[in-house]
Ligand binder design. Structure first.
Ligand code: ATP
Ligand code: MG
Length: 750
């Protein structure tokens, strides 16, 4: 064991040494109410890791005591995650629900000892009676009930004779205890709900404080390891086991700090909100910090395990930088992933002095040629390079192809630019080039100096693939939820080109696309007709650079510099003037202004939209995002829609005729057919619903169907507002006006 010993392992070793336990038994006890995330991975690694290190055992226990939020699909996701990380829970998965009969008997025992009683105060009174940190609580008058009466009531609670909230079972401890958790904690509550495993047998369900310690005891757990927020529950944990006088050795609870990562939300509730609102494609969306998400994105289990061991185990909460996780996967794949060439944004090159074709042999692992040999790359007169690898008017320090500067085609020849072909709008559509026969890689006898080698693919033999590029899901370092979403977290490129061996040989799933990053064949959507690759991570940490650039621009507007791919490209005077006008006069943010100002086609388009509608920010956003994406994807210069139609669409958004979400749908249609947005809205009935009379019945139904969430909301969990609004939007296919829904829901739930 090379790992340095953390405080938990020190405890475990001391307990073994003193003979307190013969065997180390831990457990990982998730509630099956959502998919596990990277925080759970930390807990899995700690619990299973300790059991492995000391030849013990770790149970996988579903803590399924809350029937309304749990589901077998979450049980399956949890099993998948543990297995994928390489751990083994032995014969079978444990379920707290399997212990319901035993737990019930323990509760009856406590009642018989006069250590538990049925309380009939309402929820509000219970809270009020509990007092506060500075104020003693007072005991309910129902605590005086006789043991017989308590036994009778508890049995009838179980049988379902009472309504939810009518009675609860409480421990009789101390209403003046300094630790508020010890002020007669609730042990059971009434719930008339179907349980996904126990069925309809139970009308009472145990609370965490009662179920957890006893489940640990029943399973013979020695070390019950949980996160710090349960520190105060430890007294209850011990009280229950001590009062019941369970046999020794009994389990003991130990707490560690939970994992927090910046730019990430990590509670299942917030993740559920993202999934239900449709902001992500599902629990396994590659942008989510769920294990299923990382798996689908292409992370390896090894990289997650390395990350967990790097962050260590501590007793103080802290925030981990997400780039540390990205470092772990990059480092893992650097040695493992074969290198191939893929062109994300193709620019055609015709090599005029080359005839025929040839096959170039190139290693998959340039640093370790012995490994996995060579692949064949076809080469001919017509190839594609990346649009970003040619510049007509390069800034200083640009090392790739320019009219004056030759470049090496990786593994092949050096070429130079002879002629630039442009379309009617002045955009480069093709480069005529010349190659140097004596410059072939590995056999170069020419004297030509180049400053870099770029990737390329053969025009006729390359395969078309779809590439999905991911950015951080949140733009905020400490995101709260839906409102902090990064609107550009997913970019889909439909017409990327890749060298054929990748598709035909299918010998691996993860690749390094030279100079682009690490990519993974999407396990769900990849088909022979439409190969799909997810970007796992870039080759270097570009995020920090990006952040710096943005703040630079806002601090010193005179010397704006934007970094592209590690090189500094200054703006031309004209671009600079546009940028200033956009930020200062029109109020655009730096990023949007930068995108528009640097692209002549986009800025022209944007200026044209401005002539028909005075809504500069909304127009800029749609042009810099949707229109820009469309322009990138179409092969020739044939946008189906024009500036006027975009203005028309934005006007409909401004006037709240359609929602932003629906607008995206309309835009897709415009991009396909060139129809007018007004017509699309009419044909498809996409008009936004703002009439309260139409929205209120939907809200009523959602409220009726989600009594639990209503109760939680009323008990103070205001963040559930997003859940209700999301449900209404979902029910109306995104057509309900979110503002109206928001205010109606708020009023309804008051
Ligand atoms: P969430 O708040 O995300 O829903 P939870 O704590 O309710 O998480 P459970 O399913 O009850 O999730 O937790 C299972 C185990 O995973 C617990 O032992 C819990 O302490 C641990 N765990 C959950 N989140 C983290 C985290 N961010 N870091 C470390 N451990 C975690
Ligand atoms: Mg929870």
């Amino acid at each position: 064991m090379s790992k340095s010993k953390d405080f938990l392992r020190t405890i475990v070793e001391n307990d073994l040494k003193s003979g307190k336990y013969k065997e180390i038994v831990t457990r990982f006890p998730p509630e099956p109410n959502g998919f596990p995330h990277i925080g759970h991975a930390k807990s899995i690694v700690i619990n299973f890791g300790i059991a492995n290190d000391y030849q013990g055992h770790c149970n996988l226990r579903m803590d399924d005591t809350n029937p309304t939020t749990e589901d077998t699909k979450y049980v399956e996701a949890l099993k998948d995650a543990v297995e994928w990380l390489g751990f083994n829970w032995g014969k079978s998965v444990c379920f707290t629900s399997d212990y319901f009969p035993k737990l019930y008997d323990y509760a009856v025992e406590l009642i018989k000892m006069d250590k538990a009683y049925v309380d009939s105060l309402g929820e509000d009174e219970i809270r009020e009676y509990r007092g506060s940190v500075t104020e003693d609580g007072k005991r309910s008058k129902y605590a005086k009930r006789s043991i017989e009466e308590n036994l009778d009531l508890f049995e009838r609670m179980k049988k379902g004779e009472f309504a939810e909230g009518e009675h609860v079972l409480r421990a009789k401890i101390d209403m003046c205890a300094d630790n508020m958790k010890m002020r007669d904690p609730l042990l059971y509550r009434i719930k008339h709900a179907h349980h996904f495993r126990a069925g309809d047998e139970w009308s009472v369900y145990p609370m965490y404080d009662f179920a957890h310690c006893l489940s640990d005891y029943i399973e013979g757990v020695s070390h019950s390891i949980c996160t710090l927020e349960f520190e105060n529950n430890r007294d209850v944990y011990n009280w229950v086991l001590e009062t019941l006088g369970v046999e020794l050795p009994r389990p003991n609870q130990h707490e560690f700090a939970r994992l927090n990562i910046n730019y990430t939300v990590m509670s299942k509730r917030k993740l559920l909100e993202l999934v239900e609102s449709g902001q992500v494609s599902g629990w396994d969306d590659p942008r989510l910090p769920t294990i299923a998400g990382y798996k689908r994105r292409g992370y390896t289990p090894e990289s997650i395990l390395t990350f967990c061991s790097q962050i260590g185990v501590a007793k103080a909460n802290s925030m981990v930088d997400v780039s540390q996780l990205e470092f772990c996967i990059r480092d893992d794949l650097n040695k493992k992933a074969p290198r191939v060439m893929c062109i994300l944004d193709p620019l055609k090159i015709t090599i005029e002095n080359y005839e025929g074709r040839e096959t170039i042999n190139a290693p998959y692992y340039p640093d370790d040629i012995a490994k996995d040999g060579l692949r064949e790359i076809p080469f001919s007169k017509e190839i594609y390079i990346d649009r970003g690898d040619f510049m007509e008017q390069p800034p200083k320090g640009y090392y790739r192809l320019t009219p004056e500067q030759p470049v090496r085609l990786k593994h092949a020849y050096i070429i130079s630019c002879k002629e630039i072909i442009k379309d009617a709008n002045g955009n480069i559509s093709e480069i005529k080039a010349e190659y140097y026969p004596e410059s072939k890689s590995g056999f170069d006898t020419s004297d030509i100096k180049v400053k870099s080698a770029i990737q390329w693919v053969d025009a006729t033999q390359a395969k078309t693939i779809e590439v999905r590029l991911y950015d951080r899901l949140f733009k905020d370092e400490a995101p709260d939820g839906l409102k902090d979403i990064n609107p550009n977290s997913l970019q889909v490129i439909k017409n990327a080109l890749i060298e054929p061996a990748v598709i035909t040989e299918k010998f691996d799933e993860r690749f390094q696309f030279e100079r682009e990053g690490y990519f993974y064949a999407d396990p769900i959507d990849y088909t022979d007709e439409n190969p799909v690759f997810n970007k796992i991570v870039g080759l270097k940490d570009s995020w920090n650079k990006k952040k710096k650039t943005i703040s630079n621009t806002s601090n010193k507007p005179q010397t704006k510099k934007v970094q592209i791919d590690g090189e500094v490209v200054a703006m031309s005077n004209k671009q600079q003037a546009l940028f200033n006008r956009y930020t200062v006069n029109l109020g655009l943010n730096n990023e949007v202004a930068n995108t528009l100002a640097r692209d002549e086609k986009l800025s022209n388009f944007y200026e044209e939209t401005l002539t028909t509608l005075n809504s500069p920010v909304a127009l800029a956003n749609i042009v810099a995002n949707e229109v820009a994406r469309e322009l990138k994807q179409i092969q020739k210069d044939t946008l189906k829609f024009n500036a006027k139609q975009i203005s028309e669409l934005v006007k409909m958004i401004d006037n709240e005729i359609v929602s932003n979400k629906i607008a995206k749908q309309i835009f897709e249609q415009m991009a396909k057919t060139g129809e007018n947005p007004t017509k699309i809205v009419e044909d498809k009935g996409l008009i936004q619903i703002s009439d309260p009379a139409k929205i209120l019945p939907i809200i009523d139904e959602i409220i009726a169907n989600n009594p639990d969430n209503v109760a939680k909301f009323k008990a103070g969990n205001k963040k559930l507002l997003g859940f209700f609004v999301g449900q209404v939007l979902k029910t109306t296919d995104g057509k309900a006006n979110p503002k109206v829904v928001n205010s109606l829901v708020t009023k309804k739930l008051k």
